[in-house]
Design a protein around this ligand. Sequence first.
Ligand SMILES: Cc1ncc(COP(=O)(O)O)c(C=O)c1O
Length: 465
Amino acid sequence: MSPQYPGPKTQAMLPRGLPLFRNGLRYEAAASKAREKGYQAPAQIIVDRAAGDFLWDIDGKRYIDLQNGWATNPLGNAHPEIIEAVHEAHKRYGFHYDHPLRYELAEKLASIMPGQALPRFNFEVSGTEAAEAAVHLALCYTKRRYIIAFSAAFHGEGLGTKLISGYSGDNNRYLEAWTGGVIRAPFPFSDNIPAGMSEEQYADYCLWFLDNHIPDSVAPRDSIAGILIEPGLAEGGNWIPQQSFMQGIRKLCNKNDWLMIADEVLTGMGRTGKMWAVDHYDVVPDILVVGKNLSGGIEPCAGIAARDEILGDNPQSSSGSTFAGTPAGCAAGLKTLELYERDNLVEKAASLGAIANKRIKEWERYSIVSQARGNGLLLGVSFKNPNIDEDNWFMARAVRSRMLANGVWAISDKEETIRMYPALNMAPEVLNEALDVMEEAIAYVDRHGHTEGNYPAWPTGVAGF
Ligand SMILES: Cc1ncc(COP(=O)(O)O)c(C=O)c1O
């Protein structure tokens, strides 16, 4: 029997974060505001150990892991073969910039890029750096000034990526004056379609906006370097773009001589049941950004892949950093890709995704579920308050809290969606168990509401992020 949650060690440790971490005061303010309204504070756990599909908190309580190291553990937690490969690389090389593994991994990546059309690669440390590198490359290659990015998109927390991301106005406070080169365009969210429009009409409108509104009234067509898009808007809520939208973007880029940049940091490497999310749309981007899964969940590794001429000789363009493409990071990437092939990981993700998508779609019958959507194992369930049109995200929080109490960890980060990122090789019975727990939590909150005191009291405290 799993211990109760939050256990005494968790209760004691979380408050230690309040004076330590940057989010401490913010967390406390959010928690007390929630309590004033009779809602729950955000629930957190502190991980003691992790293995495969599971992790344990410091009180020894076990959770099925749908958080997945924020979607970075394609083969589950702490995969021993990847750890071994990383360990060997550490022992052999320590850290040096040039080593054979960077050549091997770049060659391997070139062979699996969409359409095998992106042969050049530049290593970066994180997804953030890689997204920034992609934008910089596009500007330098085209010698143009503007990049189009989307509402609710997330590309990272660096200065450049903050400017490009559109997922929260607040995120750009005090940076307003710096965003001069970023043009924000509407993304055709499937649950927020303007009255009277079909989903396809909405997608068409968003394409029209790109091809007409922007060049007519924001920036000249030939001053725009390209369009940066997540082919599955991940942090923004796991939104899945329509077929016509993604294909329309490729066509617009061709027509206008704009580069199409796919940020596949989260959607890439099998997350959606294909190696790249763009493969669902039969489009090949000009630049592709990769991170997260490439690390095998063990050692950071990220980068950009691009068409030969784009990432060829360009005196203005540069990116990368000291620790980009470390021996250990490349070893992790190489071993991870070897295991993808050996274990048919992308096919596994597709069949697990089919199970999950069928089940979550059925949850739209609950009055608190506004929409369930997914592409492979990029899964999101959005919530609404059926009684009042506000604070929908407390519904999501209440469901997630009950899931945690019952041993399933998923993401809901002050948002009205619960996002799930199972490992691509999660055992089907474990995934089904996690979905059983989630459905029970939804049914519970649907019946009892989200303010009822039937959830575990959450201690005031903050984990270190
Ligand atoms: C689409 C996308 N791009 C970039 C990033 C930033 O990656 P990292 O956190 O590794 O810097 C993220 C992180 O969630 C992401 O989802």
